[in-house]
Design a protein around this ligand. Structure first.
Ligand code: PMP
Length: 310
């Protein structure tokens, strides 16, 4: 999980590298939640700290911005370089990176989008305890999900495929509800009752040698989800994207979540239905752990922050 800010952290704000405490906006800043963001992991490797799938995250940031009608005043190459700089200048190893683009501007009622300015910032914090995003022991023993009373936004109410700030209100409500019910995360259905994803992670069900996951139309297109697609073949697993119902998940052999922060997290129970051990999940977890730390077989997924750009 991310830790408290530590001394010496640097933030990047609109092109300037500043001390963590100096990365500020005025309280009058536009506060309707119009903005887009990304979350990336940085891992210690034998070649120094490396960002996992940097270009893919930056590409999604630009797609989210386009969906929201926000023009990012930087190029992808500039933001990639800035993210590496923040990690390097903050002296970070295992870390979490958060680039975000948001509307700032004069206080006013309503949206006043014409008067708003676009601001861009990058924060990074140290990351401690692998696999501990949702629960200190989550990596080893798995987490519990409960089906949420909140449904994932319909494509007609929000631009649900954008990683946009305001979209996370539903996630926050669902997660709070799940925690109150004694679970670590929520399982959100769509308005027809089909499974979509967890509050901040995609979901997979294991049936024999097949991995079933909801189609991309109904979820945020997770980069870890895509990583699992890419790794499955080497483990002789087949991936199927299809609509899943909650009862199908109850009778799956295994269920797991995928996300940059969650990595690959075993689900040990859904709505009180417990699962046995998770051997397929364990193999994927091990494979993923190798890839993110530069011990895998895939080329091009890691950007080494200390090395010259090629
Ligand atoms: N769904 C939601 C709603 C998320 O917030 C995230 C985290 N970004 C994911 C899925 C997983 O995406 P990724 O693997 O790219 O982190």
């Amino acid at each position: 999980m991310i830790t408290e800010p530590t001394p010496g952290l640097r933030a990047w704000v609109d092109g300037a590298l500043v001390a963590w405490d100096d990365a500020r906006v005025h309280v009058s800043a536009h506060h309707y939640g119009v903005g887009v963001f990304e979350g990336l992991r940085v891992y210690r490797t034998a070649r120094g700290p490396a960002v996992f799938r940097l270009a893919d995250h930056t590409a999604r940031l630009f797609r989210s911005a386009r969906m929201m009608g926000i023009t990012i005043p930087w190029s992808a190459a500039e933001l990639d370089a800035a993210q590496r700089t923040v990690i390097r200048e903050s002296g970070l190893g295992d870390a979490y990176l958060r680039p975000f683009v948001f509307h700032d501007g004069p206080f006013g009622l309503g949206l006043h989008t014409g008067r708003l300015v676009v601001r861009t910032a990058i924060l990074a914090l140290p990351w401690a305890d692998d696999g501990a995003h949702l629960d200190p022991e989550a990596g080893a023993r798995g987490i519990r999900l409960v089906t949420s009373s909140f449904t994932r936004h319909a494509p007609t109410s929000l631009l649900a495929k954008a990683k946009a700030n305001g979209n996370y209100m539903t996630s926050i409500l669902a997660l709070t509800e799940a925690r109150a019910a004694g679970a670590e995360d929520a399982l959100l259905l769509d308005r027809e009752g089909f499974v979509t994803e967890a509050s901040g992670a995609n979901v997979f069900a294991v049936f024999g040698r097949e991995l079933h996951t909801p189609p991309r139309e109904s979820v945020l297109e997770g980069i870890t989800r895509d990583t699992v697609f890419a790794l499955a073949g080497a483990l002789e697993l087949e991936v199927r994207e299809r609509r899943l119902t909650r009862d199908e998940l109850y009778v799956a052999d295994e269920v797991f979540l995928t996300g940059t922060a969650a990595e690959i997290t075993r689900v040990r129970a859904i709505d009180g239905r417990a699962f046995g051990s998770g051997p397929v999940t364990e193999r994927l977890r091990a494979r993923y752990a190798d890839e993110v730390r530069g011990k895998g077989t895939r080329e091009g997924w890691l950007t080494y922050v200390a090395e010259e750009e090629s």
